[in-house]
Design a binder for this molecule. Structure first.
Ligand code: GDP
Ligand code: MN
Length: 397
């Protein structure tokens, strides 16, 4: 489960991690009130208006702006709330902004220059250890830093039995080139950040930038936080943090029906039983010149009811120009699946607006093919993998 910046920051704060303070607003009047309150709370005179969407690169897309008065807070909030924000990390059509975080300006002048760092915590899946990844090159695209100057990215691996040891937190602060108060603040920041990561059962923390302010405080200016879905039963209070507006509506519906559906960019809808076969099917579609519109695993029971739910989900996607059903009949017999498809098809009538290619393999595959051919429905039956590929190619041509 991905969180918004403001939600991630509030988890960090609850573990004593310093953050750029902010107040959430969903209209420009509340934005002004938020700014007034922030000014009382922190003494700030300038404000940062930050679009809350589940994607980074908001600054580049015009979703993070500096306001130097309440009037500007109002104007900027009005222009950002409701906008379709396009960043390098959003889908091409962007994401609609429903809320803005009004944050204190933390880049104020002082004894030293503010300095931006990069810090993330994630699981290194190759050895099962949590890892702190950090760099002096904060505030920019970490992918670019990794490509051009990989020597400026450091890793610190954490033994899960021992946890983060104090010397490791100090090492991070040292490698970031800090001294004096900033060094101490960074060590504390890192150790509390790690406590938050473990305590919240997170699967990713990405704080870019972590800022050393001109008066040597260390704070999180941004927060990308993902929580491990499998741990949510331990965090009933996190349930309200889920923002269904950020999730694909077809995916939300599919998960309610117990189907594994992932939206993709192509034109061929896929209905498959088993994740491995679904992956192979997507490759097959690519080879045949098409491109998959979705990943859909209908699971073990491909009966008429489930097949119909799956067809309806796939057809909600306007990109879909053909549907490839690829079922392996092992425990479930192919002729039963074929009957399920026929029943679902008859039930749906005109709702089926694209050609359907069905490939059934396994127990009673030949009978299944005959059943489909005899049904006189507009369904193209295939038994072999390549046969199905060629038929997909033909209907797309
Ligand atoms: P992202 O673009 O989605 O990663 O959003 P960030 O929260 O990282 O903000 C983008 C950029 O806005 C940061 O890298 C900063 O340069 C700038 N920014 C954020 N907070 C402040 C602030 O308090 N004052 C000023 N002047 N700039 C800020
Ligand atoms: Mn950022």
């Amino acid at each position: 489960m991905n969180l918004h910046e403001y939600q991630g920051k509030s988890i960090l704060e609850s573990y004593g991690v310093g953050v750029q303070k902010g107040i959430i607003a969903d209209n420009s009047n509340d934005a002004i009130k938020a700014a007034e309150k922030l000014s009382e709370l922190t003494g700030t005179e300038w404000y940062i208006v930050k679009a809350q969407i589940h994607a980074g690169g908001r600054g580049k897309g015009g979703g993070v702006k500096l306001a130097k008065s309440f009037e500007e807070v109002k104007e900027i909030s009005e222009s950002i709330i409701g906008m379709q924000l396009i960043t390098p990390q959003t889908p091409p059509k962007g994401k609609k902004v429903n809320k803005v975080l009004i944050a204190e300006d933390v880049y104020y002048p002082g004894n030293s220059e503010p300095k931006e760092f990069y810090v993330s915590i994630l699981l290194n899946r190759s050895n099962g250890k949590n890892m702190i990844m950090y760099s002096t090159e904060g505030g920019m695209d970490i992918e670019k830093v990794a490509k051009k100057t990989p020597q400026l990215i450091f890793n610190e691996e954490i033994d899960s039995a021992l946890g983060l040891l104090p010397f490791q937190a100090r090492k991070v602060a040292f490698n970031l080139g800090l001294e004096g108060d900033a060094f101490k603040s960074m060590s504390k920041f890192i150790s509390n950040l790690y406590k938050a990561y473990v305590g919240a059962d997170a699967s990713l923390f990405e704080i870019n930038p972590v800022l050393k302010t001109s008066d040597d405080k260390i704070i999180a200016v941004d927060a990308k936080v993902s929580i491990d879905d499998n741990s949510l039963f331990r965090h009933p209070d996190f349930i309200t943090l889920r923002d269904l507006d950020e999730e694909n509506p077809i995916e939300v519906e599919a998960s309610k029906a117990g189907l594994n559906y992932v939206d993709l960019y192509g034109n061929v809808g896929c209905m498959v039983n088993g994740a491995g076969l679904a992956m192979a099917t997507m490759d097959l579609i690519k080879q045949s010149g098409g491109s998959p519109a979705n990943f859909l695993d209908v699971g073990g029971t491909a009966d008429a009811e489930r097949v119909e739910i799956a067809f309806r989900l796939i057809l909600k996607d306007p990109k879909v120009k053909a549907i490839l059903v690829n079922i392996f009949g092992g425990i479930v017999r192919c002729d039963r699946v074929a009957q399920g498809i026929i029943d679902a098809y008859k039930n749906m009538g005109d709702a089926i607006r694209v050609p359907i290619i069905v490939r059934l393999q396994g127990t009673n595959a030949e009978q299944a093919k005959v059943l489909i051919q005899n049904s006189k429905l507009d369904v193209i039956a295939a038994v072999a993998f390549e046969e199905a590929a060629i038929k997909v190619q033909e209907v797309l041509a």
